[in-house]
Design a binder for this molecule. Structure first.
Ligand code: IMP
Length: 202
């Protein structure tokens, strides 16, 4: 049976990335809107994994098909893990990332070297038609830059300096970022898990 995979997001950028990575699974890939699901979702989990699962379950309850959802954010060690699961809401949803990024750099003004360690984290949850749940999680490690740099990407990309590459996440091309990013790696790992499940099924 040909399965459909529904991704619980309204973000067209994420859908493009997901179609690129999961395209060769041989499934039809739809956004929740394309699948006709518009549930009320309250993201009240305390971890990335819980929030990803809450989103996936809410859409699964409408469709009963394979549903994927992700939850991601920036974790800064010096700030005890902030903004973490509150990354999108940090300083208010409508505050620009120019302001959020300046604020975080300012809060780290006394932090030196390894104290500036930070990472993007992404957890992906998949709910299968029978209700089973799978998770994958991946990170992209770096340090908080002294100054924002780069115009690619979005959100906190200009302030995460990838020490391994010597550039911020906003200085990578989309292809480079997809290959090494938290979301790219978590999606790739989920693809491998789903491959196994789909093979069992066929
Ligand atoms: P969500 O997973 O779509 O809820 O997004 C969480 C938030 O984390 C985003 O709104 C950004 O603030 C931040 N974030 C997650 N991934 C990235 C990334 O790749 N670059 C920059 N910011 C990110």
């Amino acid at each position: 049976m040909k399965h459909r995979i529904i991704f619980a997001t309204g973000n067209p950028g994420k859908m493009r990335e997901i179609r690129q990575i999961l395209g060769d699974l041989g499934c039809e890939i739809l956004s929740m809107k394309e699948a006709g699901a518009a549930p009320e979702i309250v993201e009240d989990g305390t971890t990335f994994g819980e929030n990803a699962e809450i989103k996936a379950r809410a859409v699964w309850a409408c469709t009963g098909e394979i549903v994927l959802a992700d939850d991601s954010g920036l974790v800064i060690d010096y700030l005890g893990g902030e903004p973490g699961i509150y990354s999108a809401r940090y300083m208010g949803e409508n505050t620009s990332y120019e302001i959020k990024n300046r604020n975080l750099i300012e809060r780290l003004s006394q932090a030196q070297g390894a104290e500036r360690a930070a990472r993007f984290v992404c957890n992906i949850a998949a709910v299968l038609p029978d209700g089973r749940v799978l998770h994958t999680e991946a990170v992209m490690e770096g340090v908080i830059a002294q100054e924002p740099a780069g115009s690619g990407g979005f959100g906190y990309d200009p302030i995460l300096l990838l020490t391994e590459y010597g550039v911020t996440s906003a200085e990578l091309t989309m292809e480079e970022k997809n290959r090494i990013s938290h979301r790219g790696k978590a999606l790739e790992a989920m693809k491998q898990k789903l491959k196994g499940i789909l093979e069992e099924d066929s």
